[in-house]
Design a protein around this ligand. Structure first.
Ligand code: SAM
Length: 271
């Protein structure tokens, strides 16, 4: 780990403590704009129609809902009730409610085999459970997987770009200090490898996109990402946003902002 053990690494990488329930509406908007980019992440995991999936720290169900379209069933576990409410609503809207079972628990309180049993595929995406590699692997029959940002802007940084100059100092999203390549997803890979697994890695384009009838509609919708933005900053926000708007052949306005994600997955057997 280049002189930094995994515990120290995770402490340094950890963003400021977030109250996820307070951020559930915001995160739900972001998650629903990320679905197009989530499919290639799931492609790594060879999810079959007979498979069961455990999505730890599922949030609003970005992964759970799409995995449910591929799998037999999905267990969506999260410690934040409001996140799970969004997950259930999204599952209903996307026609997969009957395949998703939500569990409101902190991962670190889960008694494996009692609270949650084994699943074919276990996914921990951008959540604290990624620090418990052996724990999440112990519940996987086929693969365990983590999804992390690939030394590229994560959601707070992207929001920082979109709302540059628009937010009061105390309303700014928490920013993670830039860590550089030495402390990127390679740290997670090394940890998984050092524990005895044989991980595969895929880095891919990630992003957030949504179509709108016009530019005004895009501004009106996307400003809701930061409800605390003062009204007089709206023109500046619209100007920031314009960089990420294009028109498609049918005349719709398309918002698209991109970054990169890394998927790491491994079979549960130690080499
Ligand atoms: C950044 S969101 C990621 C959501 C989703 N996995 C995704 O990739 O879109 C982190 C989620 O992990 C949940 N979470 C954080 N720590 C947790 C823990 N110890 N046990 C269960 N859920 C946790 C939060 O409530 C939140 O919904």
């Amino acid at each position: 780990m280049n002189g930094m053990d995994q515990k120290t690494y995770l402490q340094v990488m950890k963003p400021p403590k977030i109250c996820w329930d307070d951020n559930a509406d915001f995160y739900n908007m972001m998650a629903m704009m990320e679905l197009e980019y989530t499919e290639p992440q799931l492609d790594c995991l060879d999810i079959q129609p007979t498979d069961t999936v455990l999505d730890i720290g599922c949030g609003p169900g970005r992964i759970s809902t799409l995995a449910a379209k591929r799998a037999r069933s999905v267990t969506s576990l999260d410690s934040a009730p409001k996140m799970l409410a969004h997950c259930a609503a999204n599952a209903a809207r996307m026609g997969v409610a009957d395949k998703i079972h939500t569990v409101n628990m902190d991962w670190f309180d889960v008694k494996p085999g009692m609270d949650v049993g084994k699943h074919d595929i276990v996914i921990a995406s951008r959540t604290e459970a990624m620090s418990d590699i052996d724990g999440i692997t112990a519940l996987a029959n086929k693969y365990a997987a983590i999804v992390i940002w690939a030394n590229a802007p994560s959601i707070p940084e992207l929001i920082g770009v979109l709302f540059k100059g628009c937010l009061p100092e105390d309303g700014k999203p928490p920013m993670r200090p830039p860590m550089g390549r030495a402390n990127g997803y390679n740290g997670f890979f090394n940890n998984i490898y050092n524990l005895g697994y044989d991980p595969s890695v895929k880095v891919m384009t990630d992003g957030f996109t949504k179509r709108f009838g016009g530019e005004d509609e895009a501004v009106a919708y996307l400003r809701k990402l930061q409800p605390g933005m003062p009204e007089d900053k709206l023109p500046l926000f619209a100007a920031n946003l314009r960089t990420y708007l294009t028109r498609d052949a049918g005349g719709a306005v398309v918002f698209r902002i991109e970054t990169r994600t890394c998927v790491i997955w491994w079979a549960p057997e130690k080499g």
